[in-house]
Write a protein that binds this ligand. Structure first.
Ligand code: PLP
Length: 374
């Protein structure tokens, strides 16, 4: 049965529908003008020099790892509290993710725990703006510079957020956005590499297109190992239409978040999302933290009860180190990253999308009150 209130919903209007249909009529379905236009719009929005549109956020992360020459024997310090791709992209190149635990407030990598993880093998720090909350970029930048490490921003969840007045997607040596349908804007599948480095940009552009030269190359000449990570024209057109509305979309998400903050105030023991005067959030998801006595299976029971009332909730994220594959491959066990584990057992992601109405929020909050054990 479909949910009365789903967890997530893309914001698609007639403008998006017309944009995609328009491409089909041109018959220029790949490597056309829309790809470049979409890149230019996103580069401008994030305030960076170069943007390379690709077919997923995961592809964008992989390209950056390769562009920085991260390879077998290298280590990259990253967060265990994220979507799996921010760690898998390190494994693709045979390097090792080294986790540092998170802060209990922002759920981002705890800067205080990073330096003790640095070894001779450390090549980079890969931080995630989790749930659209910017990581501590000033402090991360300082550590990276001090130890001569690359810094990568996984901003897949933070298009439209700002940190100290600067847009997310502009931090570190390179950053990614992602455009899966639950993100702030969508292209169906899609992602973007963002960087101020002409060298990283040229590498990624070539590698995403089968290792071709970025200009004046022959179609069947391949100068490096490449992939087909290209974003097609229908997706790019959808991205352009979404970017034309991006300020409106983010404004709506902020309004929905504000309605939730207000409606949830005063529910005993419930922690609403943390906001900081240093940052503005574009709100990827709306995740509340349950009190310790409702962690784990009790939390899962609440999600089930909410589903029974037609309201879809989720448990973002299971810590990466406790995923079956990571346990098996690297021998991680419970207790390795206690803050990430504690938070992950207490998260409850409520339905969140730009068109969520005041009435629907009232329905969700009423149901939640009924589902919380007294
Ligand atoms: C969504 C997401 C990605 C990957 O994006 P895809 O487009 O699904 O490949 C990477 N990192 C984080 C933190 C994400 O949330």
């Amino acid at each position: 049965m479909p949910f009365k209130v789903p967890l997530s919903k893309p914001d698609i209007t007639k403008q998006e529908v017309d944009a995609v249909q328009g491409v089909l009529k041109t018959l220029s379905l790949s490597l056309g003008p829309r790809h470049t236009e979409f890149e230019n719009m996103v580069a401008k929005f994030a305030g960076v020099k170069h943007a390379i549109a690709v077919n997923s956020g995961t592809s964008a992360l992989h390209l950056i790892v390769r562009a920085l020459g991260i390879t077998a024997g290298d280590e990259v310090i990253t967060t265990p509290f994220s979507f799996i791709a921010s760690s898998n992209c390190i494994l693709y190149e045979g390097a090792a993710p080294v986790f540092a635990d998170i802060e209990a407030e922002t759920f981002n990598i705890d800067v205080a725990g990073i330096e003790k993880k640095i070894t001779k093998k450390t090549k980079a720090i890969l931080a995630v703006d989790v749930f659209s909350h910017p990581a501590h970029w000033a402090a991360l930048d300082k550590i990276a510079k001090k130890h001569k490490l690359f810094l990568i921003e996984d901003s897949a969840e933070a298009l439209g957020s700002t940190y100290r007045g600067k847009p997310c997607g502009s931090f570190g040596d390179a950053a990614v956005f992602a455009f899966y349908p639950n993100k702030q804007i969508t292209t169906g599948e899609g992602g973007m590499v963002l960087t101020n480095s002409a060298k990283i940009a040229a590498f990624c552009r070539s590698a995403a297109n089968q290792g071709r030269r970025t200009s004046n190359g022959k179609w069947l000449e391949h100068v490096q190992l490449g992939y087909n990570y290209r974003l097609d024209e229908m997706s790019s057109a959808l991205g352009i239409a979404q970017m034309r509305r991006v300020r409106e979309i983010i404004q709506k998400r902020r309004q929905v978040a504000a309605m939730y903050q207000k409606a949830l105030e005063g529910i005993e023991g419930l922690r609403i999302p943390f906001t900081s005067p240093e940052s503005t959030l574009s709100w990827f998801v709306y995740v509340v933290i349950l009190p310790p006595h409702l962690a784990g299976t009790k939390r899962d029971g609440i999600i089930k009860k909410m589903a029974g009332k037609g309201i879809q909730c989720s448990n973002y994220f299971q810590p990466i180190h406790l995923q079956p594959f990571y346990r098996r491959q690297f021998g991680y066990a419970k207790g390795d990253y206690p803050v990430a584990e504690d938070i992950s057992r207490r998260t409850l992601a409520l339905p969140f999308f730009s068109s969520l109405s005041q009435r629907e929020i009232a329905t969700v909050v009423k149901a939640l009150k009924e589902c919380l054990p007294q």
